[in-house]
Design a binder for this molecule. Structure first.
Ligand SMILES: [Zn+2]
Length: 313
């Protein structure tokens, strides 16, 4: 028993030393110089998947698990959901939090929310448009809802659902208390994946999520875009870095607002936050985060309300 990793295309990641009471197969889906991970838990009744990654990787997952019992969706972002429809067609029950159902059922809306609405703030790379078009095909309608505190028993594995909003409205973590295992999806961004800003769509829920997750007794933590964590201290350090990052972004946003008494473009604030965070590159994720921080200040600064009112979070 243990964890093995399968990277597409073809690269085998090093196998961590520590065994778990559970077989976990990690499938890595590289794209645009980064990757997203989905997880297969083989078991009774065909096993189950935690996210399905990119559409282009779904057939490879299907070779390992032709008919999984279920797909558990950590959230509705396109790079986690590419194979949901394939496995649902094969009989898998697709579980998702209703907060992200609008993303799942309307790929055009998701493109607008994540990218297109910021096209005046940064240049969307053509490769980004291309991969979205290739990987996002059809709407997905979850078979069943996930909700906070829900207990599930799937393929012989007991799981608890922890609602974890802040990266998206319907983000959840999957907690296996007996094993001390936690799957976080993108709910815990630390100080950002792949050297960019953490992507936060609402700040207060995000901070509350990080504080709440610190109460879990987890020492094996699997996120979708960062290395696996194999001890409780590293997990708590990641949460701490996330909270520190939020505090810094509050500070930079206030600093920017004080220096800009007239209306400004969201891209200006996003670029400022990136610069203040050690020169991180500007992208749509930074624009999402910038708008979320403006939302926090919209009662105090008319300029913040005017700017963030132009965007949907
Ligand atoms: Zn995401």
């Amino acid at each position: 028993m243990g964890i093995s990793s399968l990277s597409f295309p073809g690269k085998m990641a090093a196998e961590p030393e520590r065994d778990t009471a559970l077989d976990i197969i990690c499938v890595e889906h590289p794209y645009l110089g980064q990757f997203t991970k989905s997880f297969l838990i083989p078991g009774q009744e065909g096993g189950f998947l935690i996210d399905t990654g990119l559409f282009s990787g779904a057939q490879r997952i299907a070779a390992l698990a032709p008919q999984p019992e279920a797909v558990l969706c950590t959230h509705g972002h396109w790079d986690h959901t590419g194979g949901h429809l394939l496995f649902q067609t094969r009989g898998a029950v697709v579980y998702a939090h209703p907060g992200d159902q609008p993303l799942l059922e309307d790929p055009e809306r998701q493109w607008t929310l994540l990218y297109e609405q910021f096209s005046g703030d940064f240049d969307i790379p053509p490769a980004r448009r291309d991969i979205y078009r290739q990987e996002v095909q059809k709407p997905v309608f979850a078979t069943r809802d996930l909700y906070d505190g829900q207990m599930l028993s799937i393929s012989g594995v007991d799981l608890q659902i922890i609602a974890a909003p802040g990266h998206s409205d319907g983000s959840v973590c999957l907690y296996l208390p007996q094993e001390g295992i936690l799957f976080t999806g993108d709910a815990v961004c630390g100080d950002g994946f792949f050297g960019v800003l953490p992507q936060i769509n609402h700040v207060s829920p995000y901070r509350a999520t990080l504080e709440r997750l610190a109460s879990l007794d987890a020492d094996r933590v699997y996120s979708a875009h960062s290395p696996d964590i194999w001890n409780a201290a590293s997990y708590h350090e990641q949460l701490r870095q996330g909270l520190l990052s939020v505090e810094r972004l509050y500070r930079w946003t206030r600093e920017f607002l004080d220096a800009h008494p007239r209306n400004f473009r969201l891209g200006e604030l996003a670029a400022y936050l990136c610069r203040r965070e050690n020169g991180k590159p500007l992208g749509s994720g930074a624009c999402i985060t910038a708008a979320a921080f403006l939302e926090e200040f919209s009662a105090q600064y008319d300029t913040a309300a005017a700017c963030c009112g132009l965007y949907k979070l």
